[in-house]
Write a protein that binds this ligand. Sequence first.
Ligand code: NFE
Length: 476
Amino acid sequence: MATITIMDPVTRIEGHMKVELTIDTINGQQQVADASCTGTLFRGFEKILEGRDPKDAPVLTQRICGVCPISHGMASVLALDQAAGSPPPDNGRLLRNLTLGSNYVQSHILHFYLLAAVDFVRGPQVHPWVPAWEVDMRPGLDAVAANLPLAIEARRRAHEMGAVFGGRMPSAHALIPGGFTGTPKQGRITEFRQHLDWLLNFIRNTYLTDVGEVAAAYSDYFDLGSGHSNLISFGVFEESGGGKLLSPGYVQGGIQSPLDESTTEEITEGVTYSWYNDSTNNQTPSSGETVPQYPKGEAYSWLKAPRLGGLPFEAGPLARMQVNGDYSGGVSVMDRHAARAQETLKVAEAMSGWLDQLDPAGPVFGGYDDPVSGSGIGLTEAPRGALGHWVEIQDGTLSHYQVITPTCWNASPRDDQQTPGPLEQALIGTPVTDAQQPIEALRVIHSFDPCLSCAVHVMEPEGEPIVIREAGLANR
Ligand code: NFE
């Protein structure tokens, strides 16, 4: 008989997600027979932005998430650069890349050591690593567990590195349309270089080694969690001459294709199983509306269901590295971890080159005039994958704003074809030893590095204030 296991909330992710698993024995093996992913909160940023000065967008959208704010700032300034015809000068482009790169490094280290590693190794037997599920962990990985405190220092350093030019972290107000406000003074370049050299050493000698150890001990996870195996990347880190360090493209049925502007017009968002009015089903983001409707029939998520050409696509480091030809493995739990670690090194090494290219005497801002009307699309990549901001300006204010985040691609619900989202599909077929503690399914979920803060947000309760209670503390 099938067991329904509900993880609500899923822990060690960003934000709030519920995953419901139907666990059954099929062909003699207990496994996930069906899965549904629910984003349990609503994001209202698109509505907040309507009627505002376009320059508010890079500031406000960085508050969508504290883990990938720079990516939201980037998507926003790219859209406004396009709307106003005001690309940044070289220094501005390089400083944006360096600040975004710092955010990638901290995010990937955070994910592996603090969110995912304790699915594979026993963490320190102190709070917050205990209490934890009592599941078998494979031996020989004590050295990985011992590096958890060092990873915390690495993440702190990456944050400090991002603040050198960005001014502050997690949200950096130096990102503005037309360029950047921080300047590449020699002292700052030196300070940035010190952090970067320390981190390059950590990535090469600790992070990549530890991911290799985990991959060797759990090599069967190269065969688990494949899902649809469709991959998408919008491309990121603008280079001189118009290229990107990680190029845009998509992989479908094992075939790789470039992703140009006309292809991105095939992006739609389904709401058949989302708590939004059906009149908004399958709209494109440039015209898409956000009309909440809760409850609604069989809907089960606040996430919409982004699709390209009607199909679900997985976003993230594995998608970027495969599209770019930098990773030749498959699509699986362990491929996601391996590609993420390898990408961290690629980005950090590129940062070293961008630092060399800075001109301390050159401009960081190329000018920006508020457009009275216009539109722009900011396509970039957040650490977790493809991120787009679609912007329209009328009478000098924002008339339309739409955001599609990586976790909306990955953790989306079913669409009107009943096709599960990438994470749902990846869970189906995962063998499970203990239906009460489905660690195997948790490994699949964490490999996507979900962030529901990016995907959905909070709904203001009417009347009652929010009260946070913590064990042992008075209400506050
Ligand atoms: Ni909240 Fe984010 C990233 C974005 S994921 S972390 O990376 O955009 O939806």
